[in-house]
Design a protein around this ligand. Structure first.
Ligand code: PMP
Length: 404
């Protein structure tokens, strides 16, 4: 080693490298390196040469192959080109970005909407811009990585509380110094276990302490609530939420992120929010597909009913087969099957893939309490037959691997 040379900066990853090597040495297919060779529909793809049912996408409403969505994207691609090559505040706001924000305002019945290039950036941008040095962020310990990263970027004091624990949240709020800025961050649906937050009670507590409230509704948009506006709508408290964060990468079926709000000063964020200003805007085809999809989701009651039916059938069936699930009853379109450890989780994941079923294998640090999960997310376009087929696959794989 040269005098003064530092350590290999990769050495901090030795633990993850060891975990990955041990997993692959056990002979299983790499669960984090799957290729969709051809995508046939929202619920089927060819993986490793075989027709596979997709149960691990966030394509909740099956909008990716909607003919109107595809037509809008194709037309925008032809008329406006493949990309904007610029920031929203310079040359990157096209008519389509405005129309997409109009669609969001209408969908949520809110005054303001701001579209970001991803949901990750929406959280990064809004959180870091709203809560800076000297402000306090009170957030659920199981918050998504993009929320944590937004907190870190803004340099606020970060005060986590136990998952979904209203009293713990109140205790943290009570201790914040008088006069400090406060932002409470919650999620409608927590994506690892598929459980929902008691937003009505939590938001009442947050308001009692004068905090502003941000709710990430990534996994509920389009599906939960009478108009698919999310868990806050379902619990009757949407009007008390200061910022709703969402994504186009789930129910909307494309890519992008957004924030909607009724705050009268909201529009200034377009000038001061760095993850909005210092990055290129979404391609015209993407905002066209998003706007079309959002407008169709406003009339998605039938699809919402089908998605609830599919979610309940799978949840009930897996419980009956003896699997341990993340929630005791169906709370969302995510059904998390708890595995005893990573090794058996990977074996079960592979056994399901051999059956012709794709689910997500999730492991720490993404998961709470060091759990290994097989996360299933349903789609409104799964047929009743497909859900029955999926249950059969789980039963065979679970018995073969010794999980049930
Ligand atoms: N918030 C939550 C709760 C999420 O689960 C995700 C993505 N999994 C995001 C934000 C980020 O969304 P995007 O994929 O648009 O970056």
């Amino acid at each position: 080693m040269l005098a003064g040379a530092g350590p290999d900066l990769f050495s901090k990853f030795d633990g993850v490298i060891g975990m990955r090597t041990a997993l692959l040495d056990s002979g299983v297919t790499d669960p984090f390196n799957l290729v969709m060779e051809k995508v046939l529909s929202p619920t089927r793809a060819i993986c490793s040469g075989r027709d596979t049912i997709l149960l691990g996408t966030y394509n909740y409403m099956g909008m990716t192959f909607d003919p109107d969505v595809i037509a809008a994207g194709t037309q925008a691609l032809a008329e406006y080109g493949s990309g904007t090559t610029g920031s929203r505040v310079l040359n990157g706001t096209y008519q389509g970005h405005r129309e997409c924000e109009d669609a969001l305002r209408e969908f949520y019945g809110m005054d303001h909407a701001m579209v970001f290039s991803t949901g990750y950036q929406a959280n990064l941008g809004i959180i870091s811009t709203m809560a800076g040095k000297g402000d306090y962020i009170v957030l659920d310990i199981d918050s998504h990585a993009s929320i944590w990263d937004g907190c870190a970027l803004g340099n606020a004091e970060v005060v986590p509380f136990k998952h979904n624990d209203i009293d713990a949240m109140e205790k943290r709020l009570r201790r914040i110094p008088e006069g400090a800025g406060k932002l409470v961050i919650l999620e409608g649906v927590y994506s690892m276990l598929g459980d929902i937050a008691p937003l009505r009670e939590m938001i009442a507590v947050a308001k009692k302490y004068g905090a502003m409230v941000l709710v990430d509704e990534a996994h509920s948009m389009g599906f939960i609530g009478p108009n698919g506006r999310g868990v806050a709508e379902d619990q009757g408290v949407l009007d008390q939420v200061d910022f709703v964060i969402g994504t186009f990468s789930k129910s909307v079926g494309t890519v992008g992120g957004f924030c909607v709000s009724n705050h009268p000063k909201f529009e200034i964020l377009r000038l001061v929010c760095r993850p909005y200003v210092f990055t290129a805007s979404l391609p015209p085809s993407v905002v066209a597909t998003a706007a079309t999809s959002i407008r169709k989701l406003m009339h998605g009651a039938d699809k919402r009913a089908r998605l609830w039916r599919n979610s309940r059938t799978l949840h009930t069936g897996l419980l009956e087969q003896g699997f341990r699930l993340g929630t005791s009853e169906t709370q969302s379109a995510i059904v998390a099957v708890i595995m005893p450890d990573l090794e058996r989780g990977a074996m079960m994941w592979e056994a399901l893939l051999r059956e012709g079923l794709y689910v997500n294998l999730a492991r720490p640090p993404a998961t709470p309490a060091n759990m290994t999960l097989l996360r299933c997310s349903l789609c409104a376009e799964h047929s009743e037959d497909e859900v029955e087929t999926i249950l059969g696959m789980f039963q065979r794989a679970g018995k073969a691997v010794g999980i049930i």
